[in-house]
Write a protein that binds this ligand. Structure first.
Ligand code: FES
Ligand SMILES: [Fe+2]
Length: 355
């Protein structure tokens, strides 16, 4: 696949895996953007990503084994270094074809994730958004999780950009008790980003914060702000306060959490959904951290997930606008995101055609 015919934005950073999924010497495989990839860590712990397909008879290298920092094909034993270049052919005179090269992909390891660049343009570190807040607190104040989902990845961006569904779809742990739907979210579109924000009062406060507020069960002001950037990165900051002197609510001046959602397409019908959450309260409590992460994971897995999977099946296409959907006020954010991403993919394709 290349920029001429890809349905995806290719020159962008996607999350390929949680850092903890790449464990020591083991080979790890995952299909991303319809492309099979094998990952491993070198002896110095740096991650490597290669196309999971030998250029000889196309065996998956992930079925092979490591030889130091090299990888050996399981079928006829060609060996490749971590840049993908064949450095050993055990057959006949051992001649190495100049085409015996496996494609390698640039990686970055940041914020608890392995990020991959699958385009043919130069991997541009400066386009990776800054999510350093995730790793700037106590280790027990942050958690990571992963869910494979049988749905198109843009449905996940739609879902997080339109949090009015929380009023209707979610159970006790994160319900907003009908407060978001009547409101018009504030939507701000800037260079390469779309942000939506709601502010509301709720009694009792949202359950994830209730016990950490001065008077649990009493009214609290809440805010949630979600910022999308391409291709499918969503920073969600949510907080509550009972302090009337607080003016502009933000992560620092409320009881809050800083969440990162991102989805990487496996194909047009399957998605890798990654999630990280950090909080600014009860930061050292390891047990609470685990329970909280599991609660969030379960809300996505048992409430959002089945709905997105069902929507995907009902749509039967990844061309959302072709179905002529009706729109409601809370669609303002997700529709802008879809249009912006569509434009970026089209301009990447046009660039490839004229290059
Ligand atoms: S398929 Fe890899 S060496 Fe033959
Ligand atoms: Fe949800």
């Amino acid at each position: 696949m290349n920029e001429n015919n890809s349905p995806y934005l290719l020159n962008a950073w996607y999350v390929a895996a949680l850092s903890k999924e790449l464990d020591g010497q083991a080979l790890f495989k995952r299909t991303l953007l319809d492309t099979p990839v094998v990952f491993y860590r070198k002896a110095d712990n740096c991650p490597v990503a290669l196309l999971d397909r030998c250029p000889h008879r196309f065996a998956p290298l992930s079925m092979g084994h490591r030889d130091g920092d090299d990888i050996v094909c399981p079928y006829h034993g060609l060996k490749f270094d971590c840049s993908g270049k064949c450095n050993h052919n055990p057959h006949g005179p051992g001649t190495i074809s100049p085409r015996a090269i496996v494609r390698s992909f640039p990686l970055l390891e940041r914020y608890g994730f392995i990020w991959i660049w699958m385009g043919s343009g130069p991997a541009d570190e400066s386009t990776l958004p800054d999510y350093s807040e995730l790793v700037s607190g106590h280790r027990n104040s942050v958690g990571y999780t992963y869910m494979p989902r049988p749905c198109h990845y843009e449905l996940i961006s739609d879902n997080v950009m339109d949090l009015s569904h929380v009023d209707h779809l979610h159970g006790e742990i994160i319900t907003t008790r009908g407060n978001l739907s009547p409101m018009m979210p504030n939507v701000v579109e800037s260079q390469g980003e779309v942000a939506v924000r709601w502010e509301w009062e709720q009694t009792p406060p949202i359950m994830i914060f209730n016990d950490f507020l001065p008077t649990p069960g009493e009214v609290a002001r809440h805010f949630v702000e979600v910022t999308w950037s391409a291709p499918a990165h969503l920073l969600l900051v949510i907080g509550a306060t009972q302090d009337e002197s607080v003016d502009e609510l933000n992560y620092e001046n409320t009881t809050a959490q800083y969440d990162f959602h991102t989805s990487t397409p496996e194909s047009k019908d399957r998605t890798h959904y990654f999630f990280a959450t950090r909080r600014n309260h009860n930061e050292e409590d390891a047990e609470f951290n685990e329970v909280k992460l599991q609660g969030m994971h379960d809300a996505f897995d048992f409430e959002d997930g089945p709905m997105l999977d069902a929507v995907h099946l009902q749509m039967g296409t990844d061309d959302f606008f072709s179905l002529n959907p009706i729109f409601i006020s809370s669609d303002a954010g997700p529709v802008r995101v879809r249009k912006m991403l569509k434009k970026m993919i089209e301009s990447e394709r046009e660039g490839a055609e004229t290059a």
